[in-house]
Design a protein around this ligand. Structure first.
Ligand SMILES: O=C[C@H](O)[C@@H](O)CC(=O)C(=O)O
Ligand SMILES: [Zn+2]
Length: 276
């Protein structure tokens, strides 16, 4: 089987608060996204976001339908963004080749039928959400992203947020995706923290050294839990949860949201004094 999937149920905050380490990891951590020769999906019931990995190797991979979507083709009623975290590759969409460089993203619109991933060193992180309209397939690059510089060196959270999906780059139905990079020595992401019940979020942590990890914080602001997250592992963040982390070393991450609106600024800030 070149395509595999697993399903994650939408856990409520009270259930999550009862969980130990193993249960939290089973429900919220995705630690096996990237396997050469496979497309691997985690299909979440949070906003029906599907989070995946595709590592084509020498042979290439096709985007195949999976049972949870209940459709003949994967993108019949969905949109997708593929983020290349590996070496340059190509994604062909209905016969048109798109060169997707390292850290480029390709938005692939609803109704696209024949999608093929290639590039011997390419590694694609996949995000897909239900769609209601067909928007054109569009290459998104860091140079076209909207940049937001936040934090400071003194609080170890100096970073640049690159909003690849923005008002000038592409219209999407649900997906809002970007990448966050740190100034040297800064390790805290998304602190001060926030929640946004309108949208779930997924984080992919990468560019970590093998022995490094991110201490990812989740849970309601007054009931926090943590996940130890290693290189190229992802986290599902429920709409009711904070999503913030500190690395034991350098890292980069990709954030992606789906839900009721596509307004990046529609968040509730959580005061530093509110966290418990
Ligand atoms: O809702 C937005 C997301 O949580 C991220 O964009 C936050 C982030 O990249 C950061 O603060 O470092
Ligand atoms: Zn967020």
């Amino acid at each position: 089987m070149t395509t595999q999937f697993d399903i994650r149920f939408a856990i409520d905050p009270n259930s999550a608060a009862m969980m130990g380490t193993g249960e939290l990891r089973e429900n919220f951590l995705i630690d096996d996204l990237f396997v050469e020769g496979q497309v691997r999906w985690t299909y979440s019931h949070y906003d029906r976001m599907a989070v995946g990995g595709a590592v084509p190797g020498q042979d290439g991979l096709a985007l195949e339908a999976i049972k949870p979507t209940g459709t003949v083709t994967f993108l019949e009623r969905r949109e997708l963004i593929a983020v290349n975290i590996g070496a340059a590759g190509t994604i062909s969409v209905d016969g048109v080749d798109h060169a997707v460089g390292s850290r480029d993203m390709l938005y692939i619109g609803m109704g696209s039928q024949d999608v093929r991933f290639s590039g011997a060193g390419a590694k694609y992180y996949l995000l897909s959400a239900p769609a209601h309209a067909r928007h054109p397939t569009t290459l998104l690059q860091q140079s076209g992203a909207k940049r937001l510089d936040l934090g400071s060196n003194a609080t170890a959270n100096e970073r640049s947020i690159f909003q690849y999906v923005n008002a000038d780059s592409v219209k999407t139905c649900q997906l809002v995706v970007g990448l966050t990079q740190f100034a040297p020595g800064s390790v805290w992401n998304t602190m001060p923290a926030h929640v946004h019940d309108r949208r779930m979020e997924a984080y992919l942590y990468f560019d970590l050294q093998p022995d490094a990890f991110v201490m990812h914080l989740m849970g309601e602001p007054d009931e926090t839990r943590h996940l130890i997250v290693r290189n190229e592992q992802a986290v599902l963040s429920p709409p009711w949860s904070i999503h913030s982390g500190a690395g034991t070393g350098a890292y980069t991450f990709i954030w992606a949201m789906a839900g009721d609106n596509v307004d990046y600024t529609d968040v509730e800030k959580v005061g530093m004094d509110e966290l418990l």
